[in-house]
Design a protein around this ligand. Structure first.
Ligand code: LLP
Length: 423
């Protein structure tokens, strides 16, 4: 569910007509609904309320990392899952305390470890033995103890897009669950580390709960095994990955409530504090991308809708073949004839295609359209390819909206480059 609905024939973000935002900031732009962001966060938070030792929903901020979004969620009590020094700095700048930040990722550098140990960290999710050795060294040299979980790779197929499945044995993530015993023994023997739990994350955009069940069951057995080997396992970080309905016409994927129940069934009896790292389900349907039709072009055997947004603004269709529903800002009249288009951007490669053969309400040059479900992995994955300025981000709350990242000018972009003195 989201807060982008037609009202009096015009698509709104909460109580604001999107055409009004378009007038104020120009197109293309991203707009987010505060109510949807908070609603999804609270759904997860409530779904884990059964956990007596406590729980923390750590927003995977790689999905949407604007300061305003982080502050909104952080103020509501969310923790953050960060994967770089930059994300750590962003989370702290948005006011999220270190003890609500978990650090994930296969390639943490010494500098990033020092940064997090200095600023405060809830835990590192360690992904390999070499990383563990380095963290032990860094923490010892600083005279502090780094709380850690070890990310295990449970060898479970998440049944999602190849590029975003992370829990099969050939994937680069975590340590093989079969070797967990020796890796935990190693962790216990190293100075500067305190083992507190287990971490797992099997992939993104999962629309079936079964892979989660398989993975969490394995984590449950591992918890018991590690405890019998003398380790104190008090926290389980169960990752993110719950999917969203990109196509309104499809059946809705499992809800955070069902997901929370599954977690309780599989690991609730262990008495561990529960952490999860959802990104997409919090931010995905909370954001849309609004673009303008520049031309409607008749091709040899098809009709192209050429938009002012391109693959540099939203890379998901080009990169993953991802589907985004695209709708006009003006609600089509009942019974209006739909049209079929290839929907493309102005970038100079054929990969700059948002949809092929898409049947949708007919639109004309100058008309505005919205890409739904673009709040996750949208703005954060955008670039300035073709020297197209990063597009503005706007946050809506009821009847008010604010630009939370302005559109840079051409000078802003050009002046970031410097010309060497010898030229
Ligand atoms: N935790 C870890 C360790 C992750 O690697 C990820 C996502 C998440 C949590 C959050 O997963 P989510 O709840 O958002 O599914 N760019 C791709 C998605 C990449 C996901 C990477 N890791 C896309 O646009 O579909």
């Amino acid at each position: 569910m989201d807060h982008f609905l037609y009202r009096d024939g015009a698509l709104h973000a909460e109580d604001v007509p999107l055409s009004e935002i378009a007038k104020a900031v120009g197109t293309p732009f991203y707009a987010y609904s505060s109510a949807t962001l908070l609603r999804h966060f609270h759904l997860f938070n409530d779904a884990l309320a059964w956990s007596k030792p406590g729980h923390l929903v750590c927003f995977a901020m790689k999905s949407a990392s604007n300061q305003a979004i982080l502050k909104l969620l952080g103020d509501a009590g969310a923790g953050m899952d960060v994967v770089s020094g930059g994300e750590y700095a962003r989370a702290r700048a948005a006011g999220v305390p270190g003890d609500r930040i978990v650090f994930s990722g296969v390639g943490k550098t010494r500098e990033e470890m020092q940064q997090a140990l200095t600023g405060g960290i809830r835990q590192f999710n360690v992904e390999s033995e070499p990383e563990m050795l380095v963290l032990s060294e860094v923490a010892s040299a600083m005279g502090v103890t780094a709380p850690i979980t070890v990310r295990v790779n449970p060898d479970v197929d998440a049944k999602t897009n190849e590029k975003i499945a992370t829990g099969r044995k050939g994937d680069k993530f975590g340590i093989p669950i079969s070797r967990a015993s020796e890796v935990y023994a190693m962790a216990a023997s190293l100075p500067g580390l305190k083992v507190i739990g287990i971490d797992v994350h099997i992939g993104s955009q999962l629309v079936d709960l079964e892979p989660f069940r398989l993975a969490y069951r394995k984590v449950g057995s591992l918890t018991e095994q590690l405890r019998s080997e003398g380790h104190e396992i008090t926290r389980l970080d169960l990752g993110g990955g719950l999917g969203i309905p990109y196509e309104r016409s499809n059946a809705a994927p499992p809800s955070p409530t069902e997901y929370g129940k599954l977690i309780e069934e599989e690991v609730g009896h262990l008495g561990c504090e529960i952490e999860i790292e959802p990104g997409r389900l919090i931010s995905g349907n909370s954001g849309i991308l609004v673009a303008q039709v520049i031309y409607v072009k008749e091709g040899e055997d098809r009709r192209f809708l050429i938009l002012d947004a391109a693959m540099n603004d939203l890379i998901r269709p080009a990169m993953y073949g991802a589907h985004h529903d695209i709708v006009p800002l003006i609600e089509p009249a009942p019974g209006a004839e739909p049209a079929t288009y290839d929907i493309v951007g102005p970038v100079c490669e054929s990969g700059d295609t948002f949809a092929k053969g898409r049947t949708m309400p007919s639109v004309e040059a100058g008309g505005l359209v919205a890409f739904r479900s673009a709040g996750a992995y949208g703005a954060v994955m955008s670039s300035e390819y073709n020297t197209r300025p990063l597009i503005p981000e706007v946050l809506v709350q009821r009847d008010q909206f604010a630009v939370i990242r302005p559109r840079p000018t051409f000078d802003d972009i050009i002046n970031r480059d410097t010309i060497p003195a010898w030229l």
